[in-house]
Design a protein around this ligand. Structure first.
Ligand code: ZN
Length: 366
């Protein structure tokens, strides 16, 4: 399922909005319209002005989160790390990069860049607010001044919130970089993730105790931080283990492909026979899609005779090159939430690498 939409490109990086972000945006706009000064515009009249300011504030929030992420991306690109996309989620943005630099100094600079951008925007806006507030009493209008202050304030919160020393917050990365100067990368990650989890538990308890006055949000954030810290720990371990392993070392070469003309019923027979859950769809030697058991399940049994593979396959092909690092293939699968990646060499499909291939080699190398 597609859970995010691309809205454009900045610095060559695709910018995507996750569905959770689209859902939260009107909630923010609404809460700005019912909150009193300085956190909202409930007293502003006429109503149309109030809703305009509230919506603009919500959109500014989005722009500021994006600028924060672009801060990370800019430094990452400068150090030669490729950024695949920036996705804006419920609680902020995530830059998916091919590989988090293993150099603590670079990671530190990258982690700090985002909060630095937020701090810069926030303090600039608050200085502008202070300046205009004393400068003139009628221009540019009191609600607009408050708007500037609010957006500035949001940026300061964004900066502080992200510096919480817990993965996946930037502060967690700063902490790991600090540890990594003193111990091995895996140990540094474990230590930073441990602190992150502790933070999450404390925050969760705090949220539970204050649940009557909005602590629920803290519990939710704590949950995300806990999951984020555990995932970062695991993925770092895997990426260190897979270091030096290329896609061509672990991919399956003799793969069964299917034709787009094949009916779903024939495909199901094939799946039972070969006990494989996913197949590349090849038309005239060109890979045109991928079809998995998930796609088949969506077709009612009685229609399987009539519907063809081309109608249910995923057309968006995610491919890796033979010489890519194995970890890149794993990241592609995680980012796109898929189980296998097609391997191409000189435009031709040469194999396929699946999650199972990767996990098996992790087990062997371990
Ligand atoms: Zn950040």
């Amino acid at each position: 399922m597609k859970t995010s939409i691309q809205i454009g490109k900045i610095m060559g990086i695709p910018i995507k909005l996750h569905i959770t972000f689209l859902l939260i945006l009107p909630v923010f706009a609404y809460s700005f319209s019912i909150n009193p000064s300085y956190f909202g515009f409930s007293d502003v009249k006429p109503a149309i002005f109030r809703y305009t300011l509230s919506s603009l504030a919500a959109i500014s929030l989005f722009v500021c989160v994006l600028l924060h992420e672009l801060g990370h991306s800019y430094v990452a690109k400068k150090h030669g790390t490729n950024i695949q996309s920036i996705t804006l989620f419920l609680f902020g943005g995530v830059s998916s990069m091919e590989e988090i630099p293993r150099n603590p100094k670079t990671e530190l600079k990258m982690a700090v860049a985002g909060p630095a951008v937020s701090l810069l925007i926030g303090s600039t806006l608050i200085i502008i607010y202070e300046f205009l507030k004393t400068g003139s009493s009628y221009f540019p209008g009191e609600p607009v001044l408050r708007f500037i202050y609010l957006v500035g304030f949001i940026n300061i919160i964004l900066c502080i919130f992200n510096l919480i020393p817990a993965f996946p917050m930037d502060g967690g990365r700063v902490l790991r970089a600090w540890f990594a100067e003193r111990m091995s990368y895996i140990k540094a990650t474990k230590a930073a993730a441990g602190i992150g989890k502790m933070f999450a538990i404390l925050m969760g308890v705090f949220g539970f105790l204050t649940v009557s006055i909005g602590g629920f949000w803290f519990m939710l954030i704590a949950f995300f931080i806990y999951i984020g810290a555990s995932e970062e720990e695991k993925s770092t371990e895997v990426s260190v283990i897979l270091e030096g392993t290329k896609v061509k070392d672990i991919m399956s070469r003799n793969i069964l492909t299917v034709s787009p003309e094949m009916t779903v019923e024939e495909l199901v027979d094939l799946m039972f026979k070969h006990k494989h859950m996913g197949y590349p769809v090849v038309d005239n030697e060109q890979p045109t899609g991928i079809v998995t058991f998930n796609d088949v399940q969506k077709v009612p049994k009685e229609e399987r005779k009539l519907i063809r593979v081309s109608q249910i396959m995923t057309q968006e092909l995610i491919t890796a090159k033979e010489d890519d690092d194995a970890i890149i293939a794993l990241k592609m699968m995680t980012v796109n939430n898929i189980g296998r990646v097609i391997v191409k060499n000189d435009g031709k499909m040469t194999g396929i690498v699946s999650r199972t291939d990767l996990l098996r080699s992790v087990q062997i190398l371990e």
